[in-house]
Design a protein around this ligand. Structure first.
Ligand SMILES: NC(=O)N[C@@H](CC(=O)O)C(=O)O
Ligand SMILES: [Zn+2]
Ligand SMILES: [Zn+2]
Length: 429
């Protein structure tokens, strides 16, 4: 956008620059022009009194379903859902059809996202061709085509030998390898966490050891390869403890938590609720508290949604057969704000986990409000309440466990490169 926009009187939080104060934010020609005083006049103003103004949120774990399953979501609907949730940069996972396992698909996604022009979309390239865990992709070429990290998400990088090669190769270029940690030999046939509740419901469970054993194996391989390893959607106490230990040892191990794993437990599936089914599954209260402690002490430096839209037809067929996954973009912020309200994190530390921390991990030029930076900005009212209505969701996916629940914290404006792309409850553009 051209011209000068003033966002005034907001509580500005820019963790990367250590800013946490009431201040005006000046934007000129799509870039941050100044924080505080500015020698000029505004063409347009947004009054942000009583609101928080922060860098546009980044969600490094999103499933956009395009190409291949556009009835579940596409780049346009996913981008719209993102900005409605205050998210201005998303990384999309490679389990599309075709998979993001060659440069052409990555380039196609980037081109389509630019046409849609609502948020930044960064593909994550596959580690193995077809995501079948056998042969490595051309990671260097995928990286040159815009992939910001590598994963077989949806599937684990299963075989230890392939994982070792992937980590060794990635290490020579400093690529980040993101693991969906699940030992399928242990979880096969399971739909929810294995335990008392799965027994009670008579539904096959996925033991927590499925996640933990793969994280343990991967940490050993990461140590040997001196690679950068990231655990996707961590959900278990054992996993968090191992990551904490690995980091203390100086290994380049990082992880992310999804809001559902720190907000909900396996009790959500009582009543056979298919919208509480995802992989990894909701686990016990002990696991949930361990994820929260990991967020608090910095073991977990990123919050990412694992936004996984599915069509009704893939969900409404019983707990055992329903697809794994829930949508998350539009509820990420209010659910995460509970961590501030509970005194687990300061507002600035919470925002860091959704802005500068993922940006740093993925080397994105985003997540800060420094002078000259692209003006991707989120404005939200931390106290406003609203009720989740699945039918009113912007995403094509309506599979949310929070339907009918009251949220505290509402995005009022989302700006992409200085342009208002969401305001007054409407996506613009
Ligand atoms: N998380 C999920 O339950 N589902 C994801 C796959 C994944 O993230 O592993 C999906 O693509 O639907
Ligand atoms: Zn996954
Ligand atoms: Zn995922």
């Amino acid at each position: 956008m051209s011209g000068t926009l003033l966002i005034k009187n907001g509580h500005l939080i820019d963790p990367a620059n250590g800013i946490d104060a009431t201040a005006d934010l000046w934007i000129r020609d799509g870039k941050v022009a100044a924080v505080g005083n500015y020698n000029g006049t505004a063409d347009e103003e947004i009054d942000a009194s009583g609101k928080i103004v922060c860098p546009g949120l980044i969600d490094m774990h999103v499933h956009l379903r395009e190409p291949g399953q556009e009835w579940k979501e596409d780049i346009e609907s996913g981008s719209r859902a993102a900005v409605a949730g205050g998210v201005t940069s998303i990384c999309c996972m490679p389990n599309t059809g075709p998979h993001i396992d060659h440069a052409g698909i990555a380039l196609q996604i980037i081109a389509r996202a630019r046409q849609v022009n609502l948020c930044n979309v960064h593909p994550i390239g596959a580690v193995t061709k077809n995501l079948d865990g056998k042969e490595l992709t051309e990671m260097r070429e995928l990286s040159r085509s815009g992939c910001v990290a590598f994963s077989d998400d949806g599937m684990p990088i299963w075989h230890a030998g392939v994982m070792r090669k992937a980590l060794e190769y990635a290490s020579s270029f400093d690529f980040l390898v993101i693991q969906h940690a699940e030992e399928k030999e242990l979880t096969a046939g399971g739909a929810i966490n294995e335990g008392w509740i799965s027994t009670q419901l008579g539904v096959s469970g996925m033991p927590v050891e499925g996640e933990d054993s793969m994280i343990a194996r991967d940490i050993m391989l990461t140590r040997r390869a001196d690679a950068r390893y990231h655990v996707a959607h961590i959900s278990s106490k054992g996993g968090v403890d191992m990551v904490r230990k690995a980091r203390a040892e100086g290994l380049k191990v990082t992880t992310e938590a999804a809001p559902h794993h720190f907000a909900l437990t396996e009790e959500e599936v009582l009543g056979y609720n298919v919208d509480a089914k995802m992989s990894p599954p909701l686990r016990t209260e002990e696991d949930r508290l361990a994820v929260i402690e990991g967020l608090r002490d910095g073991t977990i430096d990123v919050i990412a949604t694992d936004h996984a839209p599915h069509h009704e037809d893939d969900k409404r067929c019983g707990l055992s057969c329903a697809a794994f996954g829930i949508v998350g973009l539009e509820t990420m912020l209010p659910v995460s704000l509970d961590l501030v309200r509970a005194g687990v994190l300061s507002m600035s530390d919470l925002i860091a986990k959704m802005t500068c921390n993922p940006a740093q991990l993925l080397d994105l030029h985003a997540g800060v409000l420094s002078e000259g930076a692209e003006a991707d900005v989120t404005i939200f009212d931390p106290d406003a309440t609203w009720t989740v209505d699945r039918e009113a969701m912007v995403s094509k996916g309506k599979n949310t466990p929070w339907h009918g629940k009251q949220m505290t914290g509402q995005v009022t404006h989302t700006l992409k490169a200085g342009r208002i792309v969401f305001a007054e409850g409407e996506v613009r553009g």
